[in-house]
Design a protein. Sequence first.
Lengths: 138, 138, 138, 138
Amino acid sequence: MKGKTMNELKIGDKASFEKTITETDVYLFAGITGDLNPAHINQVEAEKTIFKGRIAHGMLGAGLISAVLGMYLPGPGTIYTGQELKFLAPVRIGDTIKAEAEVVEMIVEKNRLKLRTCCYNQEGKMVIDGFATVMPPK
Amino acid sequence: MKGKTMNELKIGDKASFEKTITETDVYLFAGITGDLNPAHINQVEAEKTIFKGRIAHGMLGAGLISAVLGMYLPGPGTIYTGQELKFLAPVRIGDTIKAEAEVVEMIVEKNRLKLRTCCYNQEGKMVIDGFATVMPPK
Amino acid sequence: MKGKTMNELKIGDKASFEKTITETDVYLFAGITGDLNPAHINQVEAEKTIFKGRIAHGMLGAGLISAVLGMYLPGPGTIYTGQELKFLAPVRIGDTIKAEAEVVEMIVEKNRLKLRTCCYNQEGKMVIDGFATVMPPK
Amino acid sequence: MKGKTMNELKIGDKASFEKTITETDVYLFAGITGDLNPAHINQVEAEKTIFKGRIAHGMLGAGLISAVLGMYLPGPGTIYTGQELKFLAPVRIGDTIKAEAEVVEMIVEKNRLKLRTCCYNQEGKMVIDGFATVMPPK
């Protein structure tokens, strides 16, 4: 398992990973991170919010982006140096989220790559937008 | 459980959450996000990298930031709208990570808050730096 | 993160923590404790009981009490010395349980505190009643 | 799987369940219950306490008692009505804990049973003491 080096990459390369987010995912994520915000683990309180029920942690969706970068593009050996995230819409329990990354900039001499990273739900609505910066394996 | 509204906040307010990151955390995080990058779950491969062993997902550290925002500052009822992250140094299994948030900008008319968000390890080394944007509860 | 000392506490102080109990919680709790009683993990057998379905472990509800004591009242640094529990009604998967603690007795010279500890479901029905004894941080 | 009825039980009947408590157990228990007290999940802070390191939740040990009652004595079909617990000594990560229950009182006409319930560590030290009240299956 070795990811793509700078030479094997080009602008426009894309990869994605898709997963249905379960109640289990959200509850385990809450326990791991300590984010036991009622929005995620209290159905009664969450129903009173504008989201009308429990939602997944934004950072859980961001974790799917990390999966695309670390597993597929560039893949194993990549060093993750930065991520910008805009949380545009809630991810609900049961939503199927596709995280997608696309190479948008290559700084070859520094071995640095910039990727547009977006997450979409099963209706095609963008729920997270942003950019990642990584160093591909050498 | 209700977080702080804009009126109850001021520039310089701080909160933090601290946790020892275990192998369990890293493995569950890998399963939840699908980021099964060998750097996180393959000790043999990870020993060959510059990190000389398995490291936690950067986004797991970012999850601790989410815990501070959602639990303490501003706390329950907060809507998380954006996050910038720079991954500065690896988090190793067994490291005790403190995530800290500090209010640095308040746009009262838009009910928007900007916080500096940093994670430190047990030696005081900054491992993540960045900024969060949130909407505190009304 | 430091809890309240005896001087910072008074009779009548209250705190609570609330969570929707999921199937995941019950199944993980079963695995951790070894309590694989069919009442908790066998829907077919559980439907034949007076509870007409799987119920959460009583001790899982008691764990929420532990959360209130260890996180909020008195909070970090507290030593938990005893707990009496009466399990009054079943907690079902999907119930939202609020654990509440209230200071009812203070033995200052021994640094010991007694708290009434109750759990309620989303309909306000008391499901667990009892008393905790703790030593607040010094 | 059916537990023992009142007729099949007598004073002095005993059963036990034993388990090595892992870091995973403690971390999952923290996430399930919301008890993220630094004593359980922060090695740096826990080292500063009288326990000199992270300890398991008292209620996790109590969960092993629940396992004995629900699995073996009286076993499946038992209704758990009450539990008194004294936390006598800390349970550390890696300790092997034996939970033991012994029938000490039988109120046949009310179908109620009282059991002495104790937990011991691998050195034979009692870490939890107390009494359970249950209704055996009919």
